[in-house]
Ligand binder design. Structure first.
Ligand SMILES: Cc1cc2nc3c(=O)[nH]c(=O)nc-3n(C[C@H](O)[C@H](O)[C@H](O)COP(=O)(O)OP(=O)(O)OC[C@H]3O[C@@H](n4cnc5c(N)ncnc54)[C@H](O)[C@@H]3O)c2cc1C
Length: 403
């Protein structure tokens, strides 16, 4: 009987464990997580949880029956401190050693910190776990104003949630526009305008120069532009870094993430890795991705391969974000040398396509969920595309799949 261990109770680890058990029902599969609870979904933490619509932990990754419902053993409060590759064992912080035949590492990522605003500083919040979300949710209800450092997805989702709760929000973004690493200018402008409608003060091209608590406990922040913002509360959302320390200490190849091949195998053939923590081969070299679908899909491939399959992870990447009544989505691989085509939609709706060599490579959309589902299939199937047809809202995208 094969023993498979999975480190990390996020979507990559949870899906890896479930897929491994499905692939090899005779295997003993154990999921180790340092958190005290069943694996839960993170996307609601910056949206519905802050708005009070759902409780943290309401959405379980493994479904209502939890991980045990899939015949996988869950060990909570189990922090892995080392991997002994020679002995094929994982060492836990309580001194236990667990043997494995195959191991999946899915340790995810952790927020990048600002030295002047470290994790643990009063009134300063970083958002990664359900505990973080609970703390922020309750702090927002006691606050009149919020400073968000970072105009990326997490920062803007928190800003949108806070603004809808009636909190006055200021956002500092270093780049000349928000979401610069995520989407094109036009999409970013629609999102910016929605924030402005809710009174969010977005300051681009500047960031935090200094920050210190005042006598009343509030935080006095100086921007790079020389302004001062006094905030009841600060949220830092300046990106994440891969949690690859365990893998690196075990001598596995790492390079801004755990390096894996297309089958999610690390430099040790008995060890696989998936999710936010890894760099994997994309069409233009090694890439790292931080999104839910990637974590789930790659986790499942890593789990199956740990249980004896030889599947290849070939994904069309995608992400989504929800801010106010905007459902923002990106699908595909952005590439150089593209033709960009806009398809007019009503209201705040937007679709921007990128085409290379007569094929769709990438698209961004706002409130265009059905169209984006067709876009994914057009990209996956490499369907030849006419730019004029894409630009014409009278030509349904789903019909192009049948050509
Ligand atoms: C607030 C928030 C909102 C998000 N919203 C969206 C969204 O709207 N759309 C989208 O596409 N993506 C979203 N994401 C991103 C998505 O949730 C992540 O990409 C995904 O969770 C990554 O999954 P993962 O399993 O690789 O890592 P994680 O989810 O980070 O899980 C890693 C797990 O490993 C555990 N762990 C780490 N080290 C150890 C150790 N040594 N021993 C034991 N356990 C360990 C951690 O505690 C954690 O439970 C959001 C993320 C956050 C934080």
């Amino acid at each position: 009987m094969r023993t498979i261990l999975v480190i990390g109770g996020g979507p990559a680890g949870t899906l890896a464990a479930i897929a491994a058990k499905k692939q090899d029902p005779a295997a003993a599969v154990t999921l180790l997580t340092l958190e005290p609870c069943e694996p839960y979904e993170k996307p609601p933490l910056s949206k519905a949880v802050l708005l009070g619509d759902v409780m943290p932990g309401d959405a379980l990754i493994a479904g209502p029956g939890g991980v045990a419902g899939h015949d996988v053993v869950l060990q909570t409060l189990s922090r892995c401190t080392a991997i002994d590759r020679f002995d094929r064992a994982v060492v836990l912080d309580d001194g236990r050693r667990l043997h494995y035949d195959a191991l999946v590492i899915a340790t995810g990522s952790t927020p990048r910190q600002i030295p002047q605003l470290p994790i643990g500083m009063p009134r300063v919040h970083y958002l990664r776990t359900d505990t973080d979300a609970r703390a922020l949710q309750s702090a927002l209800r006691r606050s009149r104003n919020l400073l968000v450092v970072g105009g990326g997805l997490i920062g803007l989702e928190v800003a949108a949630s806070a603004a809808q709760l009636g909190v006055k929000v200021t956002v500092l973004e270093l780049a000349p526009r928000i979401l610069a690493r995520v989407c094109d200018e036009q999409t970013g402008a629609v999102v910016h305008a929605a924030h402005s409608r809710y009174g969010v003060d977005i300051r681009v091209g500047t960031t935090l120069a200094a920050a210190a608590p005042q006598a009343d406990g509030r935080i006095a922040a100086q921007t790079g532009a020389g302004d001062q913002v006094i905030a009841d509360l600060v949220v830092v959302g300046i990106g994440s870094k891969p949690d690859a320390a365990l893998a690196a200490a075990a001598g596995l190849a790492t390079d801004d993430g755990i390096v894996v091949d297309a089958q999610c195998r690390t430099s040790d053939p008995a060890i696989f890795a998936a999710g936010d923590a890894v760099r994997f081969p994309g069409p233009h070299g090694l890439v790292r991705m931080e999104n839910w679908r990637h974590a789930q899909d790659q986790g499942a491939v890593a789990g199956r391969n740990a249980a004896g399959a030889s599947d290849t992870y070939a994904t069309v990447p995608s992400f989504w974000s929800e801010q106010y009544d905007l459902y923002i989505q990106g699908v595909g691989w952005p590439v150089q040398g593209i033709t960009r085509v806009h398809r007019p939609l009503g209201g705040d709706g937007l679709l921007v396509f990128e085409i290379s060599d007569g094929r769709l490579t990438h698209a961004m959309g706002i409130n265009a969920r059905r169209d984006l589902a067709s876009v994914r299939r057009l990209i996956e199937r490499r369907v030849p595309i006419e730019p004029a047809a894409l630009a014409d809202p009278a030509q349904p995208l789903a019909a192009m799949l049948k050509r």
